[in-house]
Ligand binder design. Structure first.
Ligand SMILES: [Zn+2]
Length: 328
């Protein structure tokens, strides 16, 4: 895999290649963006380019020399990844001190030392401050690549010493280029190849059925069927482990119903449920859908704190039902 064969985020690759060619490669880089779009892979490709022994140009690598192969197998002594250790929840200061020790030394085999810190938002304050020392006066042949889902999670002092590259989700076509052939997986990937590869589509379909049952009951219940409404809500709220993922599934189903209303079918995620969702869409008003989507965003933001799931699904059920919504 050469730099140009990296799928997605073309502008970032072009910008990195220009920097490599100009020979003034920045010593501190931040790769920020959603999980599973190739940030870590891209960091390894940069490490290859900075160390390849065979490439005819400075802005690429051969992918075949001992240096390139050692980066692939994770055994290159000058390409070091620092992440959260198994027994910990954060990157420890001892790991950064070890890194600063390596900074003093000449590269063992390659031309350059590359330190990849992933995820950089797991640096505790002490470790981040220690890292600053390395970022402030890096030796000529040392480079740092910090990886994070959100650059704003990093200390301002760290950010100010790095060039930030914002990675974006991949397009559906780019997900397909990665070899994902199941169309439902492509569409459920949300632009993340990591997510697409990790999806258990049969399990997802099962969970989706539960959520769609809820939605159909909510939309269809008449005034005298209030008990059915609360029953459906109880069913959904009972799920402890799956609650968060079910809310995420509901958000995607509601987005699909909105696509039906907007007549933008190419954005549809649940292509296998299209007929059923088209029927459902006719039975619920745009206003109800938007209110449910709003309330789902509220649920998402409150999931971090201790929440009463049952109460949330009750409000959700009442919000989605035309006859009971007036009660709110
Ligand atoms: Zn090479």
């Amino acid at each position: 895999m050469r730099l140009d064969s990296f799928v997605g985020n073309r502008k970032i690759i072009d910008r990195l290649r220009t920097k490599l060619r100009e020979g003034r490669f920045p010593h501190g880089l931040i790769f920020s963006g959603p999980e599973g779009v190739g940030k870590h892979t891209c960091a390894l490709l940069v490490a290859k380019a900075l160390n390849c022994r065979n490439s005819a140009t400075s802005d690429d690598f051969c992918d075949d020399c001992p240096s390139c192969r050692k980066v692939d197998s994770g055994t290159h002594p000058d390409v070091v990844t620092i992440s959260v250790e198994d027994d910990a929840t954060q990157i420890k200061i001892a790991q950064i001190r070890h890194l600063l020790g390596l900074l003093e030394l000449q590269p063992l085999e390659g031309r350059n030392k590359v330190f990849i810190i992933d995820p950089a938002d797991s640096l505790n304050a002490e470790a981040a401050n220690a890292l600053l020392k390395g970022l402030e006066e890096p030796p000529e042949n040392s480079f740092f690549i910090l990886i994070t889902v959100n650059v704003h999670e990093l200390l301002l002092t760290v950010r100010s010493r790095c060039q930030v590259y914002h990675f974006t989700p991949l397009t559906l076509d780019e997900i397909r280029q990665h070899g994902i052939t199941d169309e439902l997986s492509v569409r459920w990937s949300q632009g993340s190849i990591g997510r697409a590869r990790g999806l258990d589509i049969e399990r997802l379909k099962g969970e989706r059925e539960v959520v769609l049952d809820f939605l159909e009951t909510v939309v269809g219940a008449k005034e005298e069927q209030f008990q059915d409404l609360l029953g459906a809500s109880a069913e959904l709220g009972r799920a402890k482990q799956e609650f968060e993922s079910r809310m995420a599934i509901l958000a995607v189903l509601i987005a699909d119903l909105l696509y039906v209303k907007e007549a933008t079918p190419h954005k549809f995620v649940n292509i296998d449920l299209r007929d059923r969702l088209e029927v459902l869409s006719k039975r619920i008003s745009l206003d109800r859908l938007l209110k449910m989507a709003d309330f789902l965003r509220f649920i998402e933001s409150s999931l971090k704190t201790h929440v009463n799931r049952q109460m949330l699904t009750d409000v959700l059920a009442v919000t989605g039902n035309e006859t009971t919504a007036a009660l709110l």
